[in-house]
Structures are given as C-alpha cells and as structure tokens.
Ligand binder design. Sequence first.
Ligand code: AGP
Length: 604
Amino acid sequence: MCGIIGCIGRGERTLETLVHGLEKLEYRGYDSAGIGLSGETLEICKTAGDIADLRAALDSQSLTGGSGIGHTRWSTHGPPTDANAHPHLDCTDSVAVVHNGIIENYRSLRDQLRADGHTFDSETDTEVVPHLIESGLNAEQSPEDAFRSAISDLEGSYAIAAIIEGADGLFVARNDSPLVVGLGDGATTESEGGEFFIASDVPAFREFTDRVIYLEDGEFARLDDGLTVTDHTGEQLSKEVHTIEWSAEQTGKSGYDHFMLKEIYEQPRALRQCLRGRVEEQTATVDIGALETLSPPSVQFVACGTSYHAALYGAQLFRDAGVPAQAFLASEFATAVPPIQSDLVIGISQSGETADTLSALREANRRGANTLAVTNTVGSTMDRECDHTLYIRSGPEIGVAATKTFAGQLAAVNLLTLATVEESQSKRTVLPALRELPGDVQYVLDSSDAEEVAEHYGNSKSYFFIGRGYQFPVALEGALKLKEISYEHAEGFAAGELKHGPLALVDSETPVFALVVGDGEKARKTVGNIKEVQARGAPVVAVTDEKSDAHRYADHVLHIPENTPRTAAILTNVQLQLVAYHIANQLGRSIDKPRNLAKSVTVE
Ligand code: AGP
C-alpha cells in the first residue's frame, strides 16, 4: 500500500533522507514514486516504476529545499503512470500533496472544483486535495487554515502530507490511515528547531530516531521549527512520546538474498521474544498481564490472509479448551453471528492496520463486544482502538509474504488460551513444548531438504497441501505462501475434503504436500488420504515427524522434530515456507515484493 515520508530540519540531506525513506517503505508494495521539496520554490519529481527509476529521474532535475515529502503509490484510482504518481499539485504548482488511503467523495469534489475553473492532470482521488487547498489560499485563508478546511471537505480514509510554497514546513492529517511523527536530533514536543519526520511506518526514519508520536484519527500536525498537534477543532494536544525498541539494522537484509529468507531464519529468535518473560514452566503459569482475567463465554476471530490462517488455528485452540469459537474472514464479518456484550472478538493482524480487519473490529465494538488485537505493531491503529492488545513481538517484517509473524501469531494465541481458558494439565504438556519450539525451528532450518524438494517439483502444473486439525490452517498457509511469491497455482485443503471434489484435479503433475504429525487418529486418516492421491498418480511430499509412519508412503520427506500436535504446526509451516521460497527463487520471482501485493492493505 502507499507509503509516505516527510522531513524538515535535515538541511542539505533532505532529498537523500526522503529517497532513502522511500526505499525503506518499498516493502509495503508500490508501483510509482515521487518527491516534493519546498524551499525558495516548490518542486516535485515523480515517476512510474521503482525507486531506482525515481533516482534516475532526480539525476536530471535539481531539487532543493529544507522541507519535503515523498510517496510510494500502490494504484487504486488510475493505472501506475507518471501523472498518477504523487505528489499532486494545484493549478499554480505551489501546493504539493501526498496521500495514502481513499477519498470517497472525490468525484463530487472534482466536479465542483472543475466548475470553479480548476484543471486536473491525473485520474487520482488525491488530486482534489491540492486544489481544495488552493481554493482556500485564493480566499485569503492562511496556509494552515486552507489545509484544515480542505481536509474537512474529505470523506474516506487518508494520511495526508502537504507542502505549500511560501509557508514553512509540513502540514499533515490522518483519518483511518497510519501516520507517525519522528522526533530526531534536537527535536522534542516543545523544541524550537530540530529534525522532524513523518511516515506511514517507522522503518522509513528509524535510523534517525527511536522517538515517535502516533497521530490519531482526526488529528492534524504542523512541523516547522517545532511540532504542533491539534484536533479537528484546532485545539492543541499534548502527545505521548513512545520509544521504538527495535534497531535500524533489524530492517536490513544481513547478508541474506531476500528479506523473506532472513525472516524465515529469524523465527527462533522471534519465538523466543514472543515467549520471553511470559512462560513459567515450573509453576505451569503463563503471564500475559491483565489479559489473564478474560474469560470469554465465546470467541470470534477476525483476520485476513495469513493472519486468517492463524485465526483458524486460534479458534481451534479455544474450541479444544471447551470455549465456542469461530474464525471469520474480516471482510465477511458483517454476515457473522453478532457477538454479544461479553463475547471476545479477536483481530489478528501483523500490521495492525489492515482495513478489513479494522472495520470488523469497529463493527464488533459497535455491537458492544470486548475486542483484542493480536499484532506485531505497537502503536498501530488496532493496538490503539481495541480494548486489549497481545503483542507477538516478532520484530519488523519487511518481506510482503508474512513468515515469522505467522509463527509469532500461533505462539501468541497459544499463550492466550493457556492463560485464559486452559486447565493446568494442558499447561504442563504445552509449556515444555513451547520452550522446545525455538530450538526445534532452528533444527528444521539447519536440516531442511526443502531446496532439494523445490528443485524436484519446481516445474509442476499445480501444488496441493493437505492437513487435518491444527495442520489444516498450515495447509492453507503453505498454499498461500507458494502462490503469492511463485505465482504458481497452489491450493490448501482439509485432508478429508479431497475426495469430495478436488481429487478430480490430482494427477502425476500435482505434487501433494501432506502434513502428518504424531500417530493419532488424524495422522492415521491423513495417511489414508496420502494413499488416495498416490492411487491417482500424484507424488507425495510428507512433512512429518518420527512418530507418524507417513514417511513409509511418501515420495519425499521433510522432517520435523517431535512436538505436541498443536505446536508442531509452527514446524511444518517452516518447511513449507522454505519450499515456497526455493520454488519462487528458482523461478526468479520478485520474492520480497510480489506483483500486485502490498504489505499493509489499508483499503477495503
Ligand atoms: C501474507 O503473506 C499476506 N501477504 C497477506 O495475506 C496478509 O497476511 C494479510 O493482508 C493480512 O495482513 P495483516 O496481518 O497485516 O492484517
């Protein structure tokens, strides 16, 4: 999704700071980019393509100025062209605006502005904003009033930053789209002077500061030789300064070819972070603070994509503990059984900003339910809007394909059910298994034959993934991971469902990845399903432990160490992440930034 960066107080380093910030936001997904600088004059440079194309365009243009804005655009209104890239200008080229989100009433605003004589250069919804500001300036409003009055005309979601020729600094506003302010060298909430940053996400400026302020919906900020945050009425607000706990280095590739691979290998550490200080094996207790007092009569999960798979897994954990629970795709929550007051609605989201999930949680709030965000992103909108938050503590995830955050989500929902609804007997079994997990994941990473399996099957027509119980969401996740980064067809199924239809598609060019853990009934039945597909000529890759006898029937085996069936889901998933990565790598795909996808999906 679109990314915004802005800064002031960086002197001659302004332009490079902005371009570098955009590079740090590339992971969000984009198809064009641009920069605007304001000093003695206001100038912009923008282009379809990537940041390298923007750098090339900047080589032939000399942009100077002490305050600036930058943008990576992920197309929603109009294709990725130079004209549709941000910043957008008014008729006099003296107002430049970047925007993340969707302005729902842009058509009527544009018609009105056209009737008033404004001309438009792009197909975007955003372009109405500089023209609205221009109208205010023409009506003798101050730059700040013109900005505020333009924003008050907008309906929809936005994080907006503007620079205005002749007016110092940056004007920013947010509603339903993330925006964070960074306080750099010499800057405080009270200071006169210093370096200030704004961005859609902290990695854009993390190397310059760890001190941030999160803007809330309806808030405005002006950054010039100081920072002023106001509400929609213009009243000045005093904002809390938060400290970011991860380092700028954690957002680099550390020698790996791709962020995704680095993040797959970071899973042991991410899991340790998630569990640290929360699990006490000797006393069989789990400490997740005030959340422990939750004792919901029933639970509904809402989430999208990979996080939805974690939600399916979480709902099963609750059901197995005797608490009715369901997982809903957040975009379908409107049709869910309405939660009642004492119900708990849990939104799972890596980013904490996914529009579909946010909207489902807001609906749950309206219906009076208790809401809990399970997220990786401290200070995200979900974190701030939900009644409770459980952080998964995975550290920054840059690859668009979620990997370590899925492991963190599964670990976190285990902590949640253990702390709130599970009996001490299951704590005594699961807590040691959780302790073993980081080491077991490391074992899988060190010994995996996934690359060899990927070489063997990498040119297949289609890929199936099957699993039962806790392995069913992993089968869905394995297929999603493979399709999103390799662009090959892959489907995940509950193993028992194959015979009810999908078996018709199975042939010798359809490798089936069967997830089989332990020697229980589910494992035995999945072995039966392995035999069914083999009888139709399909090669089988068993992702399995020593307890199961699946390896006797499979054409290839990806081993995992023995663990409990529920925690083993994290281990089988690591093998599937590696398979997806190696197949996509062999095909030369754009692994960290797959086509058509974005890291943070902030539109519904
Ligand atoms: C994961 O690999 C995806 N790219 C995507 O499905 C993602 O999980 C989904 O968009 C939800 O994102 P969230 O966890 O930030 O809410």
